[in-house]
Design a protein. Structure first.
Length: 439
């Protein structure tokens, strides 16, 4: 007795798979067709295709692919393209858009894809329908919400991530140091984080903007952020508790960036770092938010380093020329250069003076920037069994906490330090204790 489920077509496709693919193609066509049907209008000025046209086009693509004739698949694309051209020539509207025509051809190709990969075809169909459905919101986002500087920064970030990064050679030029691909990857991560924080700040209120601005600034330099907040307190432009909370929130970025640095430089370290870094960041986040939430917000609120503004507009820094920028390429490049330079310095000291010279370089670097010091620890090799590199990391984190507290006292005075220091040493103690557990 003939079993239809076990039979195969001439091109080797089973009947069961063919039936599934045809059903999926019909569903994908219906999904896009329903959206287009609701927007094609009525009468002589209606759009090219609707529910039935999209459904049939998708099934046609699947049938053409089932025949196993690539020429027939190409003929189907040419037929639909010619149909779109004729329909456009006879159209009686002034709408210059070609969205429906492109969607119809893509729907045909989705039908072809149903034979090759059902999940991928379904994902493309859902994505296409979502883009078509969100037409008004996407237009409003591109034309009204996004600012010109944000568009420029977005293009720059995309070019860096999609063009420059893949072209960079992925090999070190000095021992394990000076890898152009890793340096570019680190720069891209810094810019992406700043961009996401900038867009988030635009969606939130003043108090939340203070917190997010501090976290975003912390990805550039938490020590500089703590100093800037302290200067605002010393000059009377902001409340000590509010600025201490913001400074402590920048420490969240410090610990998260430790993970990013490890990911970019030596991913094997993530196994030891992820729990201590996340736990310390959680303590800094909770403590910092408690300070920010309980602080008065009347009067000037310093959000960006060295800037004093007022209210919601102050939180968004709309009055400053650089407020529309999603990131600072110069600052991110300086941080990436500092990280790379300190790695090279510590590596050189290790070659010259041995392990003692490398440790001295790490501790010296941690006074200024924790990430560059830890990058120098991570880069040479994965965590060693003796725990010497892990011990150096613990020392660097501890020294950096004292350095940051000294900076807070120098910039903002005792009142600012009194609010900030407990949180700094508290989250550092949690991170160091969990790290020491691995020794």
């Amino acid at each position: 007795m003939w079993d239809a489920t076990s039979a195969t077509l001439p091109n080797g496709v089973s009947m069961a798979h063919a039936a599934q693919a045809l059903a999926a193609a019909l569903g994908c066509g219906l999904l896009t067709g329903i959206e287009r049907e609701r927007n094609k209008g009525r009468g002589p000025s209606r759009a090219l295709a609707g529910l039935r046209s999209f459904s049939l086009a998708c099934v046609m693509g699947a049938v053409a692919m089932l025949t196993g004739e690539s020429t027939l698949v190409a003929v189907g694309v040419i037929f639909l393209a010619a149909l779109c051209v004729v329909a456009r020539a006879r159209e009686r509207t002034d709408d210059p858009g070609v969205t429906t025509e492109i969607a119809l051809v893509l729907t045909y190709l989705i039908g072809v894809l149903c034979i090759l990969s059902l999940p991928l075809a379904a994902a493309v169909a859902v994505g296409q329908t979502g883009i078509l459905f969100a037409r008004e919101r996407l237009h409003a986002f591109a034309n009204n919400w996004l600012r010109p500087a944000e568009v420029r920064d977005g293009i720059l970030l995309a070019a860096l991530a999609l063009i420059a990064l893949p072209l960079m050679p992925d090999r070190p030029f000095w021992g394990q140091m000076l890898n152009p691909h890793q340096i570019t990857q680190l720069l891209t991560l810094l810019l992406l984080i700043q961009a996401l924080a900038h867009l988030s700040r635009r969606l939130l209120d003043a108090r939340q903007a203070v917190a997010l601005s501090a976290i975003a600034s912390g990805f550039v330099s938490s020590t500089a952020t703590v100093a800037s907040m302290g200067i605002a307190v010393r000059e009377g432009r902001s409340d000590a508790r509010l600025m201490a909370g913001a400074g402590l929130l920048s420490c969240v970025a410090t610990l998260l960036q430790v993970l990013l640095v490890a990911l970019a430089v030596q991913p094997a370290w993530l196994r030891l770092l992820i729990l201590p870094a996340l736990a310390g960041a959680a303590v800094a986040l909770a403590w910092g938010w408690w300070l920010v939430r309980g602080a008065p917000t009347e009067g000037p609120v310093a959000v960006d380093a060295g800037a004093a503004t007022t209210g919601r507009e102050g939180a968004l820094a709309a009055a400053t020329p650089d407020a529309d920028r999603m990131f600072s390429l110069r600052d991110a490049a300086l941080v990436a250069a500092l990280l790379t330079g300190v790695q090279a310095l510590v590596y050189g000291l290790g070659l010259w003076l041995g392990q003692g010279g490398a440790l001295a370089g790490v501790l010296l670097a941690s006074l200024v920037d924790l990430h560059s010091a830890l990058a120098a620890v991570f880069a040479p090799a994965p965590p060693d069994a003796a725990g010497k590199a892990l011990g150096a990391a613990i020392l660097a984190i501890s020294v950096h906490a004292f350095s940051k507290s000294a900076t807070a006292w120098f910039a903002g005075g005792w009142r600012y330090l009194a609010w900030l220091a407990p949180g700094v040493f508290g989250h550092t103690a949690v991170a160091v204790a969990l790290l020491a557990w691995n020794l």
